[in-house]
Design a protein around this ligand. Sequence first.
Ligand SMILES: [Zn+2]
Ligand SMILES: [Zn+2]
Length: 378
Amino acid sequence: MEGMMKAMVLEEPGKLVLRELPIPKPGPRDVLLKTKYAGICGSDFPIYKEGLFVPRLPLIIGHEASAVIVEKGEQVQGYEVGDRVTGTNIQFCGHCQACRETPEGELAWGCENIAVSGLGFGVDGVFAEYFLIHDVIPGVSLFKIDDRADDLEAAMCEPMCTGAGWYQVPDPKPGDNIVIIGAGIIGESVLQQLLKIPDVEIVVADYSKLRLDVAKKMGAHHICNPSTDGDTLDFVIDLWGNKEFLYNYGDRISGNADIVYECSGNAKAWAQAIQIAKPGGKVCTVGTCEGMALVSPQWIQLKQVQVLGGLYGSIGQSVEEINNGTLNVRDLATHVFSLEELNEAFQVAMDADKSIKVLIKVDKDAPDYPYNKQETWG
Ligand SMILES: [Zn+2]
Ligand SMILES: [Zn+2]
């Protein structure tokens, strides 16, 4: 497809500039997509603010989008021009040792360059009228959206995959007392998954009233805002009592939560999660924390807390659940901006008091949809 497209290019940290660029050409294993809606992700913030995670600037960033296939390479199987799709940032470099040793048709999860090969990280991303998915891997880098999900909802498949992948990792059971720290889209995605389990009781903690209100609406049993409700540990102890543990010297008061999901990415909150968990409880390190945490190793040794780490995501599941309407994502979409307003949109997205998920309506002709509109900003 010949022609020019509008793109917001990150030319230097903090500076996205509207440019007219040639529409990229798909290779034999690539698809060219016309962007409908795009989402701003928490992982875009360090790129936008400091140029972290990416090998070069200028770059078109962004990796969350709904789109339509407008052109495909001759080797691409299973997709047709006109298909509504969402892509992911999982792309393999194809030339490192792991990629070379991985048999044809299998996924090179050991790829050394997986982070910098990805959509909106190493290659141009979705804040443009058109973008490419390179070396399409069906069911990994490209997913079909069916007619039950609209373009706004479909753009939220990728962020919702974290909850779908993580929630089962600590093996939650009916009757468990569970704390979710952080009610951004990651915490909300974990919450929606956990609510499928009968008889769980869930506390969601966050400093953002907006985010807690949405968590409550989604079905959280208790919400705790430490700025008005007191410390999260005290809140949890008031609710479920405290537990003593081996060699309890009085100051080692423990919460009584079976599982704590740390989704805020705050190192202090992660340390407190270890206190909130009951003796023998589990702490899931879901959020990506910046900075260091101060934790007594005795909390882990004597209290026998299991601290779980890892990157989990199941985009196949989140696509299916957005297709069939099981996940509520419209209430998580708080703002929609045009492509030209992307700098302003980033400022709103980085303000947890004002927003949950900020979307960009890239295609001016795409329909408008109802969403959890937050009128006031600034
Ligand atoms: Zn994302
Ligand atoms: Zn590789």
